[in-house]
Every structure is written in C-alpha cells, then in structure tokens.
Design a protein around this ligand. Structure first.
Ligand code: 4AD
Ligand code: MG
Length: 467
C-alpha cells in the first residue's frame, strides 16, 4: 500500500480539499453495507466523531473486507469526498486498506448499550467507547485548564511528595509503604513494630494531601498549587470516594478565608467555562445520552453567585427542615459532621445553587485550621455542589505558633512528624489560606456521570486494584 502521511480524524473532518488522497488510521466502530458497497465508521480517538469509509467491493479485495468488524484496527488510503446527507461533511472513498490488527467476535465491546458496571470490568478497553472517550478527553482538558488558570494568575506548580511520614488530615486513613518482610516483623518488648531497618528508617505512607508541604512553599513563593495523586484507605464504598484520586491544592500567603472563597469560586467557574468552550462535542454527547440537563446545569453554575453561609446557620436550616417533616437518614445537631444528604439538601432544595459553608466546629476539622475567637469553631470552608456534595475542602490556616502547638498537643499528634511544619510558624509566620479540589469530583460535575469510578481511567476502591 502506498505510504501517505496520516491525517487525524479531528483534522480531516474540517478539510475541504475534495479529491485529495489521504490516509487515516483507527478502530472500526460499526460496519454495514450491501453486496456492492460497505460502510465503515472509523474512530481514532482524536474526536468523538467517526469518519465514514466507503468501500467499493469491486475495488478492494473481498477476503480482506470480510475480516473487517467492530474493533478491527485499519489503515485506510482513499479519496476525500464531500459527504451527501448524513452528519459529517466529508467521507473517504477507500483506494487501499491494510488491516493493522484483526479483532474477532470475542471482543467485549461489540454490543451497544452495555451497563456501566460491565464497562468497569473491561476498564482496559472502555476508553474505546464513545462515552469513555468523551470523559477522558474532558479529563485531559480540565487538567490543562487548571494549569492554565493558576499559571496565568502567577501561581507556581509545586511538587509535593507522594511518600510521606505525616498524616495531614489526621484521620489515620493512610496506606503504609514498606520493604519489610511482612512474614517476619521485628517487634520491641511492647509488641510494637520496629521500623529502624525499614527502607526509610521509620514508618512511611502514601500521602493523603500535599497541603503541609504546600504551605511551606506558599511561605516562600507566595502563591503555589499542587496537582497530584493522593491516597486514602477509607473503607467507604460510595459513588463519590476513591482510594486513589487526584487533588489540586492552591495555597496563598496573605490570603484570608474571604480571599480563599473568592479564589475557589473563580477557579471552579473558570474550569466549567473552559469545558463549555473547549469540549462541547463531548459534553453534548454526554448530555444527550445520560443527562439531559447537563449543559443547562454547567451554564447556570458559571452565572450563579455561590451562597456563603456559616455552619451554624446551615444547621439551623436543616433543623427547621426536620421540624417541618423532612426525613434525613442521619441526625442533625450542632457539632455533627454533615452527611452528603445534608449538604445536598442545602444546595439542591434550600438555596438551589452552590454553597460555601464556613466556620465549622473544630472537633470535626483538621488540626491546622485557624481557630476562631469563640473557641468552638475554625475558619474552615467547604464548597458544596449540586449532585456532588463536597467538591472543595479548605481553610485559613492557624498562623499562631502557640495556638497551633497546643492544638497539635491536644490531639496527640506526634511531634517528631511535625517539627518542620511548625517551623513555618516559628520563622516569619504569615496569614495564609488554601483549599483542595477533588479532581474526580469536578469531573463528576462536568461530565454528569453519577459514579466516580467512571471518571478516572483505572479506579482504585476497596477490593479493586485490577488493571
Ligand atoms: O476535604 P479534604 O480531605 O481536604 C484536604 O485534604 C485538605 N488538605 C485540602 C487543603 O486544604 N489543601 O479533601 C479535599 C477534597 C474534597 O473536598 C473532595 O473533593 C476530595 O478532595 N476528596 C476525595 N475525592 C475522591 N475520593 C476521596 N476518597 C476523597 N476524599 C476527598
Ligand atoms: Mg473535607
């Protein structure tokens, strides 16, 4: 077959050079036709759109054409022609075809309309479907938008460690990292494991958050963000939790909680606008197939001011709802860690727009948050979203050395893990704030998917580390 430089389908569909000889490569989505002519829909992942290949069976070897079925990988030379009728503007009249990879009828993606559960069992192949192609193209675009947003605002991308000895959130949900022989662990007289001979000479884990190191960076570079994988060994089998997820954590010197809220709102709106401006083909597909209100919901977020509300006021609203007969599964009282149903009530029923809830009881929030004068609450802020619940968690940080130290002692956090963090408050401490956005929670919102396992290529959840 004559060698012609490949054109990506995304580029090809915009061409008007009818009569040109072109080459495309990709995977067969469908094949139909008659005795004289076969029509193949070819997709190469560059766009959700397929290009139609028209195969005249008098010109192309019949034995070869017989082998073309859903999933087959082809290289096609042909003439670019204007398409009469149908969705696309152009199609290709094949002049020569090479089969790069055959695909027999055991291929799992032959039938349309498979369930999402089934798709998770073939996560190695599901990116080849329209749905997952769309989701992963959107995922890429969101990652790009995030870097662009922060870069354009003068933030520096700072790399925080994946392996760490400190538990940022203090929730004890860490995966341990060790090279010790688990069949022969050395223990001291109290039965505690001795880590002296382990790889790092102490107990080490996968990070739950890059925040603590991000704070060090903010007190040097001014404004930074992290964007990396984080790990949580929480045994929560929900549609919104992963054991491995990606988090974006900006941290800014001299920002108070109000600046922090403004940044969070501007940031999310930028990401959603970016998706609407740059991913419309894919979003439109997801809108039509799964969620007819998706585009409407995305547009409305961009144009809506988020509510700002104190935790205490949020509890009053929820208590009133209970008094008026609304049934929640979990109890509502001041001090409770809000469940997703509570968050969604505030966002979806009461305000009908995103809510930034602030000033939570200190007992349900992490040690590093700035303590309020009342002695009961901290300058925490969670951004709550329709259909998602918590999409962002953040706070103004405690900048006062003594207050931070006494909170660390109160909670019994081992000093040997925290000395370096306390140094930021010892040497030139400054007010500062930051937050963490769960990347997959943002993707849930932007794609309209209902399970977080479907917006990350290879989900890690309790009892699942396949692929
Ligand atoms: O609220 P979290 O635990 O806050 C922190 O980790 C802070 N250190 C962030 C900061 O202030 N720099 O987590 C932040 C966000 C949540 O709002 C949620 O969107 C997401 O991370 N998240 C998860 N996403 C998927 N699966 C999980 N198991 C998640 N846990 C948190
Ligand atoms: Mg949180």
């Amino acid at each position: 077959m004559e060698t012609i430089k490949r054109t990506k389908i995304s580029d090809l569909l915009g061409l008007t050079t009818y009569g040109a000889e072109v080459n495309v490569k990709g995977w067969v989505r469908t094949r139909r036709g008659s005795k004289q002519v076969a029509f193949v829909a070819l997709n190469d992942g560059s766009t959700i759109k397929n290009v139609q290949i028209v195969i005249d069976l008098e010109k192309i070897d019949e034995e070869l054409v017989k082998k073309i079925s859903t999933g087959t990988c082809l290289s096609v030379n042909g003439t670019l022609v204007e398409s009469i009728g149908g969705g696309q503007s152009v199609e290709i009249q094949a002049t020569a075809i090479e089969i790069l990879g055959e695909c027999d009828n055991t291929y799992p993606l032959q039938k349309k309309g498979q369930t999402m559960e089934f798709m998770r069992s073939v996560a190695h192949l599901r990116p080849r479907t329209n749905t997952f192609g769309a989701i992963f193209r959107i995922r890429h675009n969101m990652a790009y938008a995030i870097h662009k947003f922060f870069h354009d605002k003068g933030f520096y991308y700072f790399h925080t460690p994946i392996i760490t000895a400190s538990d940022c959130e203090g929730a004890g949900q860490m995966f341990q990292v060790t090279t010790m022989n688990l069949y022969d662990l050395k223990k001291d007289e109290n039965g505690s494991i001795v880590y002296d001979d382990d790889f790092f000479g102490k107990q080490a884990s996968l990070t739950v958050s890059g925040q603590l190191e991000g704070e060090l960076a903010a007190t040097a570079l001014g404004a930074i963000y992290t964007f990396g994988p984080t790990f949580r060994a929480e045994n929560s089998n929900t549609p919104r939790h992963l054991a491995e997820f990606w988090m974006i954590e900006p941290e800014v010197a001299f920002n108070d909680i109000y600046d922090n809220m403004e940044l969070a709102e501007e940031f999310i709106k930028y990401c959603v606008s970016w998706a609407l401006d740059n991913c419309m083909d894919d979003i439109k597909f997801l809108n039509d197939m799964f969620d007819k209100e998706l585009i409407e919901r995305l547009r409305s977020i961009v144009n809506t001011e988020f509510v700002r509300l104190k935790y205490t006021e949020g509890i009053e609203i929820l208590e009133k709802a209970v008094a008026d007969g609304h049934k929640f599964e979990f109890p509502v009282y001041w001090g409770v860690d809000l469940a997703s149903e509570h968050e969604r009530y505030l966002v979806e029923h009461h305000f009908k727009r995103p809510v930034i809830l602030t000033d939570y009881p200190k007992e349900i929030k992490a040690f590093y948050m700035k303590q309020n004068e009342d002695g009961k609450t901290v300058r925490a802020m969670d951004v709550l979203f329709p259909k998602i619940g918590e999409i962002i968690g953040g706070s103004e940080r405690e900048a006062d050395y003594n207050k931070l130290l006494s909170r660390i002692e109160e909670l019994g956090i081992p000093m040997k893990d925290m000395w370096w963090y306390l140094d930021t408050r010892r040497y030139g401490s400054c007010p500062h704030s930051g937050f963490g956005l769960g990347f997959e929670r943002l993707l849930l919102f932007v794609t309209g998917m209902s399970n977080i396992r479907d917006v990350i290529p290879f989900p890690r959840t309790p009892n699942n580390a396949e692929f």
